[in-house]
Design a protein around this ligand. Structure first.
Ligand SMILES: [Zn+2]
Length: 179
């Protein structure tokens, strides 16, 4: 099974990349209807925080954010303003999620990092219960180089054991016969 997350996700109003500026969030359905669907010929696919607040003529508040995973996953970087607007909402959603996650089996995660400027940044191999825990674990271990992540997970992966909790570059991956 593969999770993928990339591309620019441009704001429909100002055109900035919402994903590379830490502008990934979901508001409640009602609010999205108001800012992104009503009064538009074409509904917006993405809007940045700034443009949502311009349309609303007010700041976003914790209660405006939905329970969607993008609002509590470590997979999605948030800029300082978004973190401020979410307030305690992030911790609240995250705590609930972590509780439900504790019941999941531990799997091997292959995390491949890349960014637009530098390209491929390396692969981290960790064991975790979810993609989110895997990314958090990589941060804690200091083996998460940032950028965008693509992941694959495996129930059994004996070939990973010697490389657990390491960040591997292309040469190391080739030498290890992993790519
Ligand atoms: Zn915008």
């Amino acid at each position: 099974m593969t999770d993928e997350f990339s591309v620019a996700h441009p704001c429909a109003d100002c055109g900035i990349s919402t994903s590379s500026t830490g502008n990934i969030f979901k508001v409640t359905d009602d609010l999205w209807q108001r800012v992104a669907v009503a009064n538009r010929k074409v509904p917006a696919a993405y809007l940045c925080l700034n443009c949502v607040e311009i349309i609303l003529e007010r700041k976003l508040m914790p209660g405006d954010f939905s329970e969607d995973m993008v609002n509590f996953s470590y997979r999605f970087p948030r800029n300082a303003l978004l973190i401020e607007r979410m307030g305690a909402r992030f911790e609240e959603l995250r705590a609930r999620y972590v509780e439900s996650e504790n019941a999941l089996p531990i799997m091997w995660y292959w995390l491949s990092f890349a960014d637009e400027e530098k390209g491929f940044l390396g692969v981290a191999i960790v064991r975790a219960r979810s993609i989110d825990e895997a990314i958090t674990r990589a941060w804690e271990l200091g083996i998460n180089p940032g950028g965008e992540v693509q992941s694959s997970k495996f129930e059994q992966a004996p070939e990973f054991e010697a490389y657990e909790n390491q960040l591997l570059d292309k040469t190391q991956l080739e030498d290890a016969g992993l790519i």
